[in-house]
Design a protein around this ligand. Structure first.
Ligand code: XIL
Length: 319
């Protein structure tokens, strides 16, 4: 294959990237590589609640629209990220809940309206939505969030039902990190899915974020975990893959990183239900890793100058 788009096509999947909208607008070289290599896109931040409704009732869709328009022009499918999360909520919402001016009944309406408004706006233009993101803790308990605390665990089923009503064709996902290897988290997520299915809730997919680091070892059981969820009838996606390392970069570390990317794609291709393989940014020029993990970086397929790294070549060599 000459690039990732062709590799994906030959294997019957889509290879995607998270997109930084400022870079999409301002950097021609970024735009060029994105549109050449990737057939699926996710907004890195532009579809999060704080981005689309910074003030109550004031909607700012222009960044999200820019992503969706660029995707249409470049034959890219879109993952909507994300409808229900505990992070990047607008301040009006979190402070309203905290100071008691928004009570539980109103909060439920606010969530329903948010999901309905956003999903409707992009109806037919989003292949898959991350309906709920990171709802389980690493120890397998349910994450405390304003949603769980004020609405109770039923908010998850409600969110899927509301999203489905707003766009019946969109694939609706539960998405999380460390699901590649963490047993308590896997088991709880498995039970949540089975429980939702038993209630007839429209859930169609499981997203594995895949934020890996070479110092932790490759999650060797990942393909098995994917298969277990696939056996429940779910579609599988790798939604946010990156492979970070402690800086400085060395050629050995880049080789290990390349091997992790290769294994991740191999695992996905080995599971029939795995249809999407998305990286959380494609260039080290714009990656969340240095800002979030002290002393770490270089997690992407392309370097800061958009030169392909060993990991990129390793992916092209798969199959
Ligand atoms: C990250 C973005 O990459 C950052 O730019 C932002 O500051 C914080 O969020 N899991 C997710 C993503 O589901 O939304 C997060 O994205 C990374 C972890």
């Amino acid at each position: 294959p000459r690039d990732l788009r062709e590799l994906a096509y030959q294997n019957g999947i889509r290879i995607g990237s998270a997109v930084n909208i400022a870079a999409l607008r301002d950097e021609a070289d970024y735009r060029k590589v994105l549109n050449r290599e990737f057939s699926h896109v996710t907004a890195e931040n532009a579809m999060k609640w704080e981005s689309v409704e910074p003030e109550r009732g004031v909607f700012t869709w222009s960044d999200a629209d820019a992503l969706v328009d660029n995707a249409r022009r470049n034959n890219q499918k879109v993952r909507g990220h994300t409808l229900v999360w505990h992070n990047q909520l607008p301040a009006w919402l979190t402070s309203g809940v905290e100071n008691g001016t928004i009570d539980a009944a109103e909060l439920r309406e606010i969530l329903r309206d948010h999901i309905t408004t956003q999903v409707r706006r992009y109806k037919g233009k989003i292949r898959a939505w991350d309906v709920v993101n990171e709802v389980v803790n690493d120890d397998g308990t349910m994450r405390q969030s304003i949603w769980l605390t004020h609405l109770g665990p039923g908010y998850i089923a409600d969110a899927f039902r509301w999203a489905h009503r707003a766009d019946p064709h969109a694939r609706l996902y539960i998405n999380d990190y460390n699901l590649e290897w963490n047993a308590p988290k896997i088991e709880t997520t498995f039970s949540i899915v089975k429980d939702l299915q038993a209630q007839g809730v429209p859930i169609h997919g499981i997203g594995f974020q895949g934020h890996l680091g070479i110092q932790y070892g490759y999650p060797g059981d990942w393909a098995n975990v994917m298969s277990r969820f696939a056996d429940l009838g779910l579609e599988v996606a790798v939604t946010e893959l990156d492979v970070r390392m402690e800086l400085p970069v060395t050629s050995e570390k880049l080789a290990t990183q390349a091997d992790y990317y290769r294994r991740a794609l191999t695992d996905c291709l080995g599971v029939k239900a795995c249809r999407e393989f998305t990286v959380w940014g494609f260039t080290d020029r714009h990656s969340w890793v240095p800002g979030w993990f002290e002393g770490e970086g270089a997690a992407c397929l392309f370097d800061e100058n958009l030169a392909p790294k060993p990991a990129y070549h390793a992916l092209l060599g798969v199959k």
